[in-house]
Design a protein around this ligand. Structure first.
Ligand code: HAM
Length: 441
């Protein structure tokens, strides 16, 4: 056993693990670019103050924080949202709107490590700043769906649960709740899935027993799973005009836009999602696997006040983050994680001395031309080199023996078709190009 092991919740990435991680990053980056998002990054270490109260109680207790040698209270970033708000806030005047940005970065939370949860993990973050209307939700949720569907996952594999903190507040207001009561009821809703009726205990302690009619109304709201059911429920309650009606119109726009993009099957109305982070103000959503085996794949929502709270201008925002841990597990479970074999294009076999020197010249020329070329660092007997060539998975072997050199040729062996021919020395790059252009790669 090794003397030192990685810390709990921190992962080692052996080459095969890194290949899988890079696959996730590649798909996310490609889709973010297709949607017109620009990539940014920020510092790993931030002032502790950036997360205090802004991110919410839960994240605050999970911070990796310490005092640096200059006496500053600092924290490893647990999420990107406060950082990106600072970045955008500082240049808001000069950035073309809407501002569509994405990043892929590592985050740290002192959580209990379990399936789908680590203390260090990666997130793909995407956010739109400067658009207050539901058009931004359509764009951001479409990107979220595509960032999972881009791996070959379908609407049978995952879905986005869409909810709305504004709708909840307007609804609870229509039931006669004060702002304080609505807030405790929303925390109860956040816990309801896990705790059932016990979730309402906190409310009862703070505000007295929850009236049965009010509780029934909250539970009925939680049952709503479609736009038609939402429409009907609000109509029944007489919400034909005012805030609730205006909000329903926003819902129609968001779901209508997503349906027009052909993404209707990926999105489900589910008012059970209210999101734990403190800064969300309107629509909120989370992506889950359909089987319900895993923790959330992604989460996000609108946060119209955070840029301003962090000292920037009044700038509406909506965004989300997908985590690498649950996404990786889901891809494996559904069999859509590709076999990421890192085979060279060409394996070079050579004798010692002059053949080796000639071979090294070609190795470098081919690599500089963009081919993946491998060779044994110390040339063992030919038999071993041939075995290494076939084990490497390369499509092609180049053989530099003294007999070939004397004839002024190199052997060009197609390892898949098991065919062989000779090509003139100096003609390797050309032959290579012809071979791979003809579909050999
Ligand atoms: P979050 O819900 O805290 O949101 O995290 C988003 C995703 O990151 C989760 O759904 C999960 O997949 C992954 N994640 C979070 N914590 C861990 C962990 N300890 N281990 C593994 N994966 C984890 C946010 O972070 C918001 N800042 C997202 C956002 C961006 N909202 C607006 N813009």
């Amino acid at each position: 056993m090794a003397t030192f092991q990685s810390l709990p919740g921190f992962r080692d990435f052996y080459p095969e693990d890194l290949a899988r991680r890079s696959h996730l990053f590649r798909v996310w980056r490609q889709n973010a670019r297709a949607f017109g998002f620009e990539e940014y990054d920020g510092p790993v270490l931030e002032p502790l103050e950036l997360y205090k109260t802004k991110s919410g109680d839960e994240i605050e207790t999970q911070l990796f924080s310490f005092t640096d040698k200059g006496g500053r209270e600092v924290a490893l970033r647990p999420e990107m949202t406060p950082t990106v708000c600072r970045l955008v806030g500082e240049r808001a005047g000069s950035l073309k709107r809407p501002i569509k940005w994405f990043s892929i970065a590592e985050f740290y939370r002192y959580e209990r490590a379990q399936k789908g949860r680590q203390r260090s993990f990666y997130q793909f973050n995407a956010d739109i700043f400067g658009e207050a209307g539901p058009e931004a939700e359509i764009e951001i949720i479409a990107l979220l769906v595509q960032c999972l569907a881009g791996f070959g996952l379908t609407a049978q594999d995952f879905y986005v649960r869409l909810s709305d903190r504004d709708l909840w507040f307007f609804y609870l207001e229509s039931l006669g709740c004060t702002d304080a009561e609505s807030r405790s009821l929303l925390s109860a809703v956040d816990r309801f899935e896990k705790m059932g009726d016990d979730a309402f205990k906190g409310y009862a302690e703070a505000h007295g027993e929850l009236a049965p009619a009010r509780k029934a109304a909250v539970l009925a709201f939680l049952e709503i799973k479609s736009l038609a059911a939402l429409r009907a429920h609000l109509a029944e309650g007489g919400a034909g005009s005012g805030k609730l009606a205006a909000r329903l119109a926003d819902w129609e726009k968001v779901l209508g836009g997503l349906a027009a993009m052909g993404l209707g099957d990926f999105v489900q109305v589910d008012l059970g999602v209210v999101r734990g982070l403190a800064y969300y103000t309107g629509f909120v959503f989370e992506a889950f696997d359909r089987k319900g085996d895993l923790r959330a794949l992604a989460g996000g929502g609108r946060y119209n006040d955070l840029v301003k709270k962090l000292g920037g201008p009044d700038l509406p925002a909506v965004g989300f983050a997908i985590g690498d841990v649950t996404t990786g597990i889901l891809l494996e479970q559904r069999g859509v994680m590709p076999a990421l074999i890192s085979a060279p294009d060409v394996y070079v076999v050579s004798g010692e001395g002059e053949p080796r020197r000639t071979a090294l010249g070609d190795v470098h020329r081919l690599r500089a031309a963009g081919y993946r070329v491998d060779y044994p660092l110390r040339a063992p007997a030919f038999g071993k080199q041939f075995k290494a060539a076939s084990d490497s998975g390369a499509r092609l072997a180049l053989i530099y023996g003294s007999d070939e050199l004397a004839k002024g040729v190199v052997k060009f062996r197609d390892l898949c078709e098991r065919s062989e021919r000779e090509i003139p020395l100096g003609g390797v790059a050309e032959a290579e190009k012809d071979f791979f252009c003809a579909g050999g790669r």
